[in-house]
Design a protein around this ligand. Structure first.
Ligand SMILES: *Cc1c(COP(=O)(O)O)cnc(C)c1O
Length: 398
């Protein structure tokens, strides 16, 4: 990026995803270099001492920071408009680090009930063991967020759109409630992707991603990232990250950097396909409920318009006939694969009630709108006409 004259003009997303954060070695390589190294050597004992004292710049150990991982962090910072970031080995490492690094025994966390199962485990089990209490609310109901606040409330946490029903939380409104309570807001932005929603601009303090999903987007690597202000990272995450070791592998960081180059293209294409499939399902007469943030009949369409710049690469829908019909639909698909992942180049279908959300009680599932006929479809990069034919054939089989 050294050739750019005016660094104050922010790069537009597609440009930032190709060039953002790039640093070149002395060889001047075009593609990002993969620094597959654990450590670094010093020219002298004095140089090592100065680096450890923080008086000289440079890398020390890849558990702290690594040049390839830093390129990934800086590219994500450019996209998100964040001052600093730490990349992690998985999305869950990012969620756990973002929460654990800022709470201690006696603190209280408020979270929305429509959460990725592992996030709920971190809050209700891992944090609870450390003496941190929590209140789970219906994220769409602002009065529940307000009522949950206690003097010791430190953190608010939610995802929007939420897995698997694509339920929406009003980020700006919940951020205001959090800040009035003196708490920080952490948003899991996986389903929106960095292309369609900027939680930091809407008032969130910290954003987390599973980079495993759209950022890799080709089903290869696990990864995650925590983004925030420099001040918050310095005071909360910096030491925690160095000493507990959730660091991202440089190899995976390299794959994720290459994933970011095509993220805008992939998300745009997958969203076009998702919108087309949502309309097809809604108009088929065979699907009683279609949930798609880009459609006007989404229950939270007004908030979608306010805080998102695109719909989603996923569609959730309920087939009539419960589990049996949902299984028949899934098994009839020939191109769309049955898998619990999402954001992949391959279209994937999931039956949440028997897989990702099987650990919830039937009552908890009902509360979240996860019926036995609910399916979650993640659109891939296949030709839309092939996907339409595949889905129409499966509908005929139900
Ligand atoms: C997948 C996912 C995670 C966890 O990410 P991993 O990379 O699988 O650890 C967290 N939050 C949401 C919303 C997810 O979809």
């Amino acid at each position: 990026m050294a050739k750019r004259k005016d660094d104050r003009r922010p790069l537009r997303p597609a440009t930032a995803m190709v060039h953002g954060g790039t640093t070149r070695s002395g060889f001047g390589e075009t593609s990002e270099a993969l620094f597959l190294t654990q450590g670094f050597v010093y020219e002298s004992a004095e140089a090592a001492e100065a680096r450890f004292k923080g008086e000289a710049p440079g890398f020390i150990y890849s558990r702290y920071a690594n040049p390839t991982v830093r390129m990934f962090e800086e590219r994500m910072m450019a996209l998100e408009g964040a001052e600093d970031a730490r990349a992690t080995a998985s999305g869950m490492a990012a969620v756990a680090a973002a929460l654990q690094c800022q709470v201690q025994a006696g603190d209280h966390v408020v979270a929305s009930r429509a959460l990725f199962g592992s996030c709920r485990y971190v809050i209700e089990t891992v944090l609870a063991r450390a003496g941190v209490t929590s209140t789970i609310v219906d994220g769409r109901d602002l009065d529940q967020w307000r009522a949950a606040v206690r003097p010791e409330t430190k953190v608010f946490f939610f995802e929007s759109p939420a897995n698997p029903t694509l339920e929406i939380v009003d980020i700006a409104a919940v951020a205001e409630i959090a800040h009035a309570a003196g708490a920080k807001l952490v948003v899991d932005n996986v389903f929106a992707t960095p292309m369609f929603q900027k939680p930091l601009e809407l008032g969130a303090d910290i954003v987390v991603y599973s980079a495993t999903k759209h950022i890799d987007g080709q089903g290869r690597c696990l990864g995650g990232i925590v983004l925030s202000s420099k001040e918050w990272i310095d005071e909360n995450l910096h030491d925690y990250y160095r000493h507990t070791g959730p660091a991202l592998s440089p190899f995976n960081a390299w794959a994720l950097l290459k994933g970011l180059e095509t993220l805008p293209l992939r998300v745009a294409q997958q969203t076009r396909s998702a919108a087309r499939v949502a309309d097809l399902l809604a108009e088929s007469g065979k699907v009683p409920k279609v949930l798609y943030p880009g459609r006007d009949d989404h229950p939270d369409a007004a908030i979608v318009k306010k805080q998102m710049t695109g719909g989603s690469t996923l569609v959730a829908f309920e087939v009539a006939g419960g589990k049996e019909a949902a299984f028949r639909f899934s098994n009839a698909l020939e191109i769309v694969l049955i898998s619990n992942n999402l954001g992949d180049a391959k279209s994937l279908i999931t039956h949440p009630a028997t897989t990702t959300h099987k650990n919830l009680t039937p009552e908890a599932r009902a509360e979240l709108g996860i019926g036995d006929g609910l399916l979650r479809l993640s659109l891939g990069l296949e030709d839309i006409d092939d996907l339409v034919e595949d889905i129409e054939a499966a509908l005929a089989a139900v």
